[in-house]
Design a protein around this ligand. Structure first.
Ligand code: NAP
Length: 310
């Protein structure tokens, strides 16, 4: 019987593992198919405190893993949780076909970036295509270059506004002629002289795979059908995220967008099941905030397990 199974291996999962391991709970981490989570898909992480020169996302995750393992964390690398049964105590977690009983669970399954699903997008990821302006916007490859942000929500407006610090011009490509973003965010973005909206348009192709870097995007105006090429050095896709929470549907409360609801502190609506990171946070979504939530979930789990023994 496990004390705590941690599902997910991003910043939230490894930090939860570090804290529960140091509390002698002998945690088990199930990494999932993408060990290290979303941070491994970015290039250099320059906003994680303690790394003044920046740190490679994958390297940071490996360091977090090593730190958690140093204190006794056990890791099922590459393993996937296929099912959870939260209706009975102990809980049952099915890991690659094997049923494991556990007294508590920390959910740290993260979120995925929605993709445009157009040619060139995947091949040019990290070569100009990115899903996080806060992570990548300050990279030299984007400085004083025209940049494209895709989307019309708060994320797109926030990221486009942020990117005007670095890019020569930031084009906000949106598929309609009205922004979905909150009024204040939309007004701030549109008032920025370096930001130019491109209305009613979608990206149909990211160029140029042959060159091995982003040189522009092909656009299609949905109202007129006109096609054009917009030269740029970066494409920042900000069309939303999806939380990786399908596994828990119907067993704990999820909000209307599928994010895990925190009922009290880091606890979900099921006692003994805790949550941390992007699968429960659509507002901050930073490595450091996910790590902080992982710490909180570990402390809450430790207290919960302590209360079982009283
Ligand atoms: P969002 O509100 O769902 O907006 C996604 C945007 O992408 C929409 O404008 C949508 O167009 C567009 N889009 C979706 N799929 C597309 C596709 N395949 N091709 C082209 N465009 C596509 O997502 P978000 O901006 O990430 O925000 C998510 C949540 O986080 C919201 O609740 C938001 O308020 C919150 N948030 C808050 C802050 C803040 O308060 N500082 C910052 C960021 C996010 P349509 O408009 O046509 O649907």
């Amino acid at each position: 019987m496990e004390n705590v199974v941690i599902i997910g291996s991003g910043c939230a999962g490894w930090t939860a593992a570090l804290y529960t391991a140091r509390a002698s709970l002998n945690p088990l981490v199930v990494t999932g198919a993408t060990p290290g989570g979303l941070l491994t898909t970015t290039s250099i992480v320059e906003n994680f405190p303690g790394f003044p020169e920046g740190v490679d996302g994958t390297e940071l995750m490996m360091k977090m893993q090593a730190q958690a393992e140093r204190f006794g964390t056990r890791v099922q690398f590459g393993a996937t949780v296929e099912a959870v049964d939260l209706s009975q105590r102990p809980f049952v977690v099915t890991i690659d076909g094997e049923k494991v009983e556990t007294k508590s669970i920390i959910i740290a399954t993260g979120a995925g970036h929605k993709h445009l699903d157009v040619p060139g997008e995947d091949l040019l990821e990290k070569k100009g295509v990115t899903y996080c302006a806060t992570c990548d916007g300050a990279l030299p490859m984007f400085r004083n270059q025209p940049l494209v942000v895709v989307g019309g929500g708060d994320s797109a407006c926030e990221e486009a506004t942020y990117l005007t610090r670095f890019g020569s011009t930031v084009y906000l490509v949106h598929r309609r002629d009205t922004l979905r973003a909150s009024k204040v965010m939309a007004e701030r973005a549109l008032a920025n002289p370096k930001l130019k909206p491109v209305w009613d348009s979608v990206v149909t192709d990211v160029l140029d795979v042959k060159a091995g870097k982003v040189t522009g995007v092909k656009l299609k105006n949905l109202k007129t059908g006109a096609e054009s090429v917009l030269p740029c050095a970066g494409v920042f896709v900000a069309i939303g995220h999806y939380p990786n929470t399908q596994l828990f549907k119907g067993q704990i409360a999820l909000d209307e967008n599928g994010y895990v609801v925190r009922a009290k502190g880091s606890q979900t609506t099921v006692e003994g099941v805790f949550v941390a990171g992007d699968c429960s946070d659509h507002v901050y979504r930073q490595a450091i905030t996910a790590a902080g939530m992982g710490c909180a979930a570990a402390i809450d789990a430790e207290r919960y397990l302590g209360s079982l023994n009283q």
